[in-house]
Design a protein around this ligand. Structure first.
Ligand code: GLA
Length: 733
């Protein structure tokens, strides 16, 4: 039993294997947050709250003369606007009389085995109904009739708790939601630092750690996508927390649209952390009887540093978020033609690439942008999902057959959410675009965004995708999305519902992806948004694979993959070896180093196989052979970060099979130094009682983890090495 309710004390305790989360409804029916952290088996933690009159902190009317009782100073479970808490609310509504008060009081609960789901939205699932439990906490505003249900999903064995909120208008007048966070947690004590993952196109999820200042700091995206600029994942940690020591909490939003995360340190150093869909411009009308269900956040806590926190997220996403055939199955080694040809290709060129790829051991050709309409550049044809027969004479079918004849599977790039003004679709349906009537829309990459809040638009996209996917043996889809969303206006909703469009777009997209992925269960879907602009748990629900970044430079990828690894498992990352000089940075690195870096994910290539030298072909063939042998470790292993690429002159990481029988250690020198000290790395996750073989020498697991492993490296920039660590006597590298 992971959810314990003490009805007498109205005390709710959620236990996971190593953590405890506790809150209670007090004498006024206000929900007080008491604790989230390392496991405490049996204790009412209300004693941690020491009421005091702080001055200028209001007291609810029903607290009478008690000036020590203030919602402005108490740790709250779900703070709302207008009730005397002057910190950031999680919920703000506009009542029919223009007031913004939501005075929510406890009015009951339910709990059951299994995990709640969210209608037509992605969420963690519990297939068996035996690995999770759900708690629903009911709150109500007596005057307006607003009903709020807080949902908690507890995956005890994985140290994961999810939270989500349902709001129902139980009154008789319309109301509007102006802000609705999926969760808010008040940390009453502690000296905290915050880690977030910022970036830009070509440089996503860059790790940044800062002390939490007084006041409110916000991270988020107003772009309609989770974005390259900020990932919807935050870690709150102690000052001294490191990879293997110390306390840390994670919060990750299962949402692919714009989000907002706020962290507020108040007058008494209490820290409030909240996250949910972006509320800038949000205004969601709820008529009597209507409900609104937020996306969920995924929470985890570790008292053993970041490694354990990451492992909790990796495990839950692999097991309880990703779906379908490719969830655990081996994914193919891909060649994508984007950097090889850009728009300049035809069937002959692709067949040549596939033929050479087959000889190297590559298993799938993904035909990228440029195969449809008049698409010779990025200024036209999005929306016209009809084969360009000048480039592909006879259509896709003969091309796919020719590629398949080499034993290579075939995949295709699409960008279905977009439309070019220069397209037949736009000429036929200018009203299908998100834009404000009478105003010129904002261009980005010369394209506009289709209005996915409209069912007819989603139906059009669905049937265009079906006709492509049914036309040939297409076994892989790269689903791209190459701009941020602006001009967020639909002609199908009245003026007082325009604040719903951004979220309705996301809901439309979810529905569309659900229809397509359920119809094509044998097709592997790869998510992409200019690389990793939509690298979030919501997309992982539909696409078990995401193109990590358009930046394929091996050295820059080290930082991108480092940041990505805090929340997301390597099994969902796609990473390819590209040509040098690298197209994004101009940097030259060896084929070996490019391979070492790309093998930390779903391995593939992004280059022209038909122009490789014989020496390169020999190296690639060997590289692919190696990957096939270690792929099970990459995909199933536990991932350990062994260095910090922002602080050290090398980057090291380790993947260890869950049964600890084998591991793969990768090291890349990012900066050569004259007469440099040796590199010394303490390994992790091995069995201390087992003897391991590395390059024909035996070492005990205990020695490798306590004393470490030392490497003498040549004075050479971007030198790398990959070491197979095995408890067997055979080495495969
Ligand atoms: C985006 C993707 C690239 C490529 C191009 C094609 O930028 O991230 O991989 O598919 O679009 O236009």
């Amino acid at each position: 039993m992971s959810i314990i309710v003490n009805e007498h004390e109205k005390l709710f305790t959620l236990h996971t294997e190593n953590t405890t989360y506790q809150f209670k409804a007090d004498q006024h029916g206000i929900l007080l947050h008491l604790y989230y952290g390392q496991k405490i088996t049996n204790q009412n933690l209300e004693y941690l709250i020491l009421p005091v009159d702080r001055g200028f902190s209001g007291n609810p009317y029903d607290a009478g003369d008690d000036r020590t009782y203030s919602l402005d100073t108490l740790p709250l479970e779900y703070p709302t606007e207008g009730v005397g808490d002057f910190r950031c609310p999680a919920l703000s509504v506009l009542n029919s009389n223009g007031s913004k008060v939501a005075d929510l009081r406890f009015c009951g609960y339910q709990k059951y085995a299994g995990k709640y789901m969210i209608e037509e939205q992605p969420a963690l699932y519990d297939e068996t109904g035996k690995t999770a439990e759900t708690l629903m906490l009911h709150l109500k505003d007596a005057l307006t009739g607003l009903e709020v249900t807080l949902l908690y999903g507890v995956f005890a064995e994985r140290d994961i708790i999810t939270r989500s909120v349902i709001v129902r208008n139980g009154g008789i007048d319309d109301t509007k939601i102006l802000r609705i966070q999926s969760a808010s947690i008040d940390f009453q004590y502690g000296e905290w630092e915050i880690i977030h993952f910022h970036g830009r196109h070509n440089m996503e999820r860059i790790f940044e750690r800062t002390p939490v200042p007084h006041g409110t700091t916000a991270y988020g995206s107003r772009r309609g996508t989770s974005s390259h600029q900020h990932n919807p994942f935050l870690i709150l940690c102690g000052k001294n927390t490191s990879e293997f020591h110390g306390e840390c909490f994670g919060m990750n939003l299962v949402y692919c649209g714009g989000f907002i995360a706020r962290i507020e340190r108040d007058q008494t150093d209490l820290v409030r952390l909240s996250m949910g869909l972006n509320d800038d411009g949000l205004s969601w009308k709820l008529s009597p009887g209507q409900t609104f269900h937020t996306p969920e956040v995924v929470l985890s806590f570790s008292s053993e540093g970041f490694s354990k926190l990451s492992h909790n997220y990796h495990a839950i996403y692999r097991n309880n978020l990703c779906r379908g055939k490719f969830k655990f199955n081996r994914k193919p080694i891909v060649i994508n033609n984007w950097e090889a040809t850009y728009f300049d290709f035809n069937s002959d060129k692709l067949i040549e690439i596939a033929k050479n790829a087959a000889e190297l051991g590559i298993e799938m050709l993904v035909m990228d942008d440029g195969w449809f309409g008049e698409r010779d550049n990025d200024k036209c044809s999005l929306g016209d999902w009809v084969v360009n027969t000048k480039k592909l004479p006879g259509g896709i079918t003969p091309l796919v057959e020719a590629v398949n004849a080499f034993g290579v599977k075939f995949g295709i790039w699409v960008e279905p959410e977009m439309i070019s003004e220069n397209s037949d679709l736009y000429r036929a349906h200018p009203e299908w675009v998100l834009r404000v009537p009478g105003r010129k829309p904002v261009h980005s990459r010369s394209q506009l965004v289709l209005d996915l809040s409209r069912e007819d638009v989603c139906d059009y996209i669905y049937s265009s995708m079906v006709s492509i996917l049914d036309s040939a043996n297409i076994e892989y889809v790269k689903w791209d999305m190459n701009r941020s969303i602006s001009d967020c206006y639909t002609t199908t909703l009245p003026y007082d519902r325009q604040g719903e469009v951004m979220h309705r777009y996301v809901l439309g997209l979810y529905k569309l992806l659900e229809r397509l992925t359920q119809r094509y269960t044998d097709v592997l879907f790869e998510g992409c948004s200019g690389g990793g602009g939509r690298f979030d748990p919501a997309m992982l629900y539909y696409h078990p694979l995401i193109w990590c970044s358009d930046n394929t430079d091996a050295i820059e990828r080290l930082k991108i993959q480092y940041g990505t690894s805090f929340a997301y498992p390597v099994s969902v990352v796609s990473s390819h070896v590209s040509a040098v000089p690298n197209h994004q940075t101009g940097r030259v690195t060896s084929l070996y180093t490019r391979g070492v870096v790309a093998m930390s994910g779903n391995f593939g290539y992004e280059l022209d196989t038909s122009v490789l030298s014989i020496a390169e072909k020999i190296k690639i063939r060997k590289q692919i052979q190696v990957f096939k042998e270690v792929q099970h470790i990459v995909h199933n292993g536990n991932y350990y970060r062994l260095s910090n690429p922002f602080e050290q002159r090398y980057v090291a990481w380790l993947m260890v099979l869950p049964d600890q029988s084998a591991a793969l250690l990768s090291i890349v020198i990012t900066q050569a130094e004259a007469n440099a000290p040796h590199i010394h790395i303490k390994l992790a996750g091995l069995n201390r009682n087992v003897s391991y073989l590395i390059e024909k020498k035996q070492y005990s697991g205990e020695a490798l983890m306590n004393a470490g492993y030392a490497i003498q490296c040549p004075t050479q920039d971007y030198y790398s090495t990959q070491l197979y660590i095995s408890s067997d006597s055979e080495s495969i590298l």
